[in-house]
Ligand binder design. Structure first.
Ligand SMILES: Cc1cc2nc3c(=O)[nH]c(=O)nc-3n(C[C@H](O)[C@H](O)[C@H](O)COP(=O)(O)OP(=O)(O)OC[C@H]3O[C@@H](n4cnc5c(N)ncnc54)[C@H](O)[C@@H]3O)c2cc1C
Length: 897
């Protein structure tokens, strides 16, 4: 290995000049496929950046008849794209991503026929290497999900894998997943084919054109909007700009006060000397456990991977065109040992050249896409995390829909810039930590309940310290800490990020939190399964207290608040003051952008929970993990319709405790003099301001909502920050004799799934309509609201896919993504999988779809023999139209038999 390294370094040095030469060749060949055009005065859309993201976007827009122009400061591909490894995989633990990757592959396969230019696509297949049973389990999950989308893949033994890729040493690994449809793409050929396709449809490419400024104005409602771009060749008027500037993604937008959590890093691979045993059609190899990949280039192997100590860059100079860095072997060395072990022939071949270039990375290893919520007309398509070739086609197709139709047709939340709060986007230190961890863990097994160690304790709620004292093991969502579950009598503090001991950083001595996480590193039942079950069952039998403080809390007020609320929300909000209503908010395609509770409120006394305003107000409470997304959706609708309405965000100022269970009323009644009976203050689905007695001399006011996310009699207390600790202590004291205990999100999600409630982002998404999700009952038939025509049409005609519940007869853990079979045919996959502790069964939700897309009826759902595929094995399942737990909803009414 040492010999190889010395050899490699020597060879690398002799290749520096070669690297420059490569750059020049690429630049000259790039010139051939762009047009030398004068700058137009105006355009429908200006795309800044001529890499994979920009070229794909131009192609997709031009094909749809949009007058789009792409401006590139150098030549096409000059940024990261020209030196990519170009691997195109298809299997990911996420259905949306699988479809995006499939869209790219389909495009690459069809471009030549359409444009007459070979897209550079080679279908050589892909092998995923495994060294452990858990890794093979993960591959089984991928294979199962792949089946739902027609992706052929199968688990093979080491010898079979070696037959596919002869230089592999079969004794060095335990198994593999083979995906024959994977491949590679040549970046220059791809961009040529794309731009030829685009220009044939009226798209325009202008090279050597540097955008120095995005010109903005202010619209009637005071929001910044795009007016044009300023370049070295002149100005173009436009209302829509796509930021596809790759590692330069932050540079042009920061002067506008727009920030993105995008971190440029050096990313590399090496190219071996030619080897006799290698030929171009050998499959790509991805060894997650060794954190490396092989790609064939002629008779050489390109080898790269993800290191623990990547070099992070503050900025990349503006003139870094077709550039490469010297490879730092102190960083890259880590891959060589694994590569040689896996493929001894690679070790003896020596290294011909090295490719180390800049690429942009993000805190969750997903791109940053979609409309900027603060500048109207500005769209992003950056931060591709070393997957911009394989995601390019699929993402650009979605972006084109986003630009033209306001929303993409897939659920792009995981890619949407709005998944980050403004606070997260501005905090470069936070983004750096998280992007580092996401980079180093890119090839780690994706367990259903893993948590980051970086960027933690970024936002904590007022109960945080108390929760920790009670043994909370925290999870992180949307930058907030929230209790996952409680380890009684233990104190589990998330430590400051130790960079996994790299960059000369000492490793944390306290590893308690990391140890707790390891209990979930399995696809079997978690080590914490029983403990979470105790929390869930206490909620069903006695009472449990959930800290929901990171929930989104908004007041919608103003002279047209009523019109705005009625346009945005589907339910009938024409209700008396103090009613609380569950409702959806839809996009123009009828997809669910959020599900929330809206309480009709009147002006109060000026407290955070009880503000002063004129007229009728709406208190909107939404899930925390998508809080900013929900808020942006509401604001965008108000902007578009120019409603005179104001949204004030009280998320960080109000703590929320949710007291749930048969004994919840008894407990709450102990600390208030108000009569909490149904007949008096608080019937189901209502709100009131309550006085809580902290002690004989001191009381405080909170807003209480009689709602439940778990299907029990229960109350949500929305508490001004300064009273949070007192109210929490008072409740714990009042509930002591009634066996009240803290419970976390793991129990909450199990309980809500068992009850059949939706969880936005998993079983309810922007690509599901309320009718498909069995939520037609929250969509009013009268009046108008966004997306109503779709709902009305589907109500009338029926839908070709519908949400159904599945319980398994055997005690097998399910996590979501498992294929659902009906009479031996795949009809969907689980969007969500939980264990129902009261039902004592695994329970999951899937959208069932017929092969011929004919309407799904109750009769269809209730007939047939259902099975769920878990780790490659089929288990009998029962299908339910609604969850079998308390179908009449009696418990929420306080009726306990
Ligand atoms: C070593 C390595 C291996 C990789 N392997 C793979 C792989 O196997 N599979 C895969 O899918 N992905 C891979 N990637 C990632 C992939 O190559 C990138 O994600 C992709 O190329 C990014 O494309 P982009 O269009 O976002 O950025 P870029 O290609 O960098 O394009 C941005 C363009 O914007 C231009 N620009 C910037 N500012 C301005 C301005 N002000 N005015 C005008 N133009 C401007 C730049 O000149 C540049 O051409 C790899 C990356 C690296 C570094």
């Amino acid at each position: 290995m040492l010999r190889l390294r010395a050899n490699a370094v020597a060879k690398f040095k002799s290749h520096i000049a070669g690297g420059e030469q490569r750059a020049i060749i690429a630049a000259t060949s790039a010139r051939k496929y762009s047009t030398e055009s004068p700058l137009p005065e105006s355009a429908d859309v200006v795309i800044i950046g001529g890499g994979s993201a920009g070229c794909n976007t131009l192609y997709q827009l031009a094909k749809r008849g949009v007058r789009a122009v792409l401006l590139e400061k150098s030549k096409l591909t000059a940024g990261t794209t020209w030196h990519t490894a170009g691997l195109v995989w298809r299997l990911r633990p996420n259905d949306v991503e699988i479809r995006l990757l499939a869209a790219t592959r389909d495009l690459l396969m069809s471009l030549e026929e359409e444009t007459g230019h070979n897209s550079g696509w080679i279908n050589n297949g892909g092998l995923f290497i495994s060294h452990s049973p858990e890794r093979l389990d993960e591959y089984s999950r991928l294979a199962t999900l792949g089946k739902c989308f027609g992706i052929d893949s199968h688990i093979v033994g080491p010898e079979q894998a070696q037959k596919l890729f002869p230089p592999l040493d079969p004794t060095s690994f335990t198994g593999a997943l083979y995906s024959p449809g994977d491949g590679v793409v040549d970046p220059a050929m791809m961009c040529t084919a794309l731009t030829k396709g685009a220009t044939a449809n009226g798209g325009l490419v202008v090279e050597d054109c540097t955008v120095s400024q995005i010109i903005t104005g202010e619209n009637l409602l005071g929001m910044k909007d795009v007016r044009g771009v300023l370049t070295n060749k002149g100005t173009i008027r436009t209302n829509t700009v796509v930021n596809a500037t790759g590692v330069w993604g932050r540079d042009l937008i920061e002067p506008l006060g727009v920030f993105l959590p995008l971190i440029p890093m050096k990313h590399a691979y090496v190219v071996s000397e030619t080897m006799d045993t290698i030929h171009q059609m050998l499959p790509n190899v991805r060894d997650h456990d060794f954190s490396l990949y092989f790609r064939i280039q002629g008779k050489s192997i390109c080898m790269g991977g993800y290191e623990n100590n990547p070099i992070m860059l503050n900025r990349v100079p503006g003139d870094f065109h077709f550039g490469l860095y010297d490879l730092d072997y102190s960083v890259f060395d880590t891959h060589i040992q694994g590569a040689v072990k896996l493929c001894p022939a690679f070790g003896s071949a020596g290294i011909k050249s090295t490719i180390c270039g800049p690429e942009s990375f993000t805190p969750d290893h997903k791109p940053l896409m979609g409309p900027d919520p603060t500048v109207s007309g500005l769209f992003h398509s950056v931060g591709y995390n070393s997957a911009g070739m394989m995601l390019g086609g699929g993402c650009a197709e979605q972006l084109a829909q986003w630009i033209i139709h306001d929303r993409p047709d897939r659920h792009m939340f995981a890619y949407d810039v709005r998944r980050f709060t403004p606070k997260q986007k501005k905090a470069l230190n936070w983004a750096t930590e998280r992007s580092h961890e996401a980079y180093t863990k890119n090839y780690s097994i994706v367990f259903p309940h893993d948590e980051p160690l970086a960027g933690r304790n970024f936002t904590v709620d007022p109960f945080h310290k108390q929760m920790i004292q009670y043994g909370a093991v925290m999870e992180e969502r949307h930058g907030w800490e929230r209790p996952g579950y409680f380890l009684p009598d233990e104190t589990v503090v998330v430590q400051p990020y130790d960079w996994y001991g790299y960059y000369d950083h000492p490793k944390n001595a306290n590893t308690h939190y990391e140890e707790a996480l390891k209990g979930d590193y399995t696809f079997g039942f978690s080590e914490h399964h029983d403990l979470i079950g105790e929390e869930a069952l206490t909620c069903r039998h006695d009472a449990a207290l959930f800290n929901l403080s990171y929930f989104c809390k908004l007041f919608l007020t103003g002279s047209q608040a009523k019109e705005a609320a009625e346009w945005i929300f589907t339910a009938n909000l024409d209700k008396p003051i103090n009613k609380t209503i569950y409702t959806c908010a839809l996009n123009k395609r009828g997809g669910v952008e959020g599900d929330v509770t809206v309480s009709i409120v009147e002006s109060g006394l000026g407290g955070l929970h009880d503000p002063i305003f004129k007229g009728r107000g709406y208190y909107i409470v939404a899930g925390g993990a998508s809080a900013y997304h929900t808020k942006c959706h509401i604001l965008a609708a108000i902007q578009e319709k120019a409603f005179r309405a104001v949204v004030s965000d009280h998320t960080e100022e109000l703590g929320v405790l949710s007291l749930q269970g048969p004994k919840s009323r008894e407990i709450l009644q102990k600390i208030t003099d108000f009569d909490l009976s149904n007949e008096k203050l608080l019937p189901m689905n209502s709100t009131a301001i309550l006085t809580i007695k902290i002690n004989p001399h001191y009381s405080c006011h909170v807003r209480v909502l009689r709602v439940s996310f778990v299907g029990e009699l229960g109350y949500e207390l929305h508490i001004p920050e300064e009273s949070c600790n007192d109210v929490y202590n008072a409740l714990m004291k009042a509930g002591y004799k009634e066996s009240l205990r803290n419970a976390g999100y793991r129990a909450l999600y199990s309980l809500s799934s068992e009850k059949g409630y939706h969880l936005w982002g998993s079983d309810l998404r922007s690509d599901d309509t309320p009718i498909e999700a069995n939520l037609g009952f929250v969509c009013r038939k009268e009046g108008e609201y966004q997306g109503k025509e779709i709902v009305d049409r589907q109500r009338e005609n029926g839908v070709s896919r519908r949400l159904a519940f599945f319980t398994l007869r055997e005690q097998v853990p399910i996590w979501g993504l498992e294929a659902v079979y009906r009479d031996g045919e795949i009809v969907g996959h689980l969007r969500r999988g939980e264990y129902g502790y009261t039902l004592q069964k695994p329970i999951g939700q899937a959208y069932v779809q017929r092969a011929d897309s004919s309407p799904i009826t109750n009769q269809f759902l209730q007939s047939g023999h259902y099975q769920i595929e878990v780790m490659g094995k089929l288990y009998d399942a029962d299908c339910h139209l609604r969850s079998p737990f308390d179908p009449k909803g009696e418990r929420m009414q306080g009726i306990y038999k």
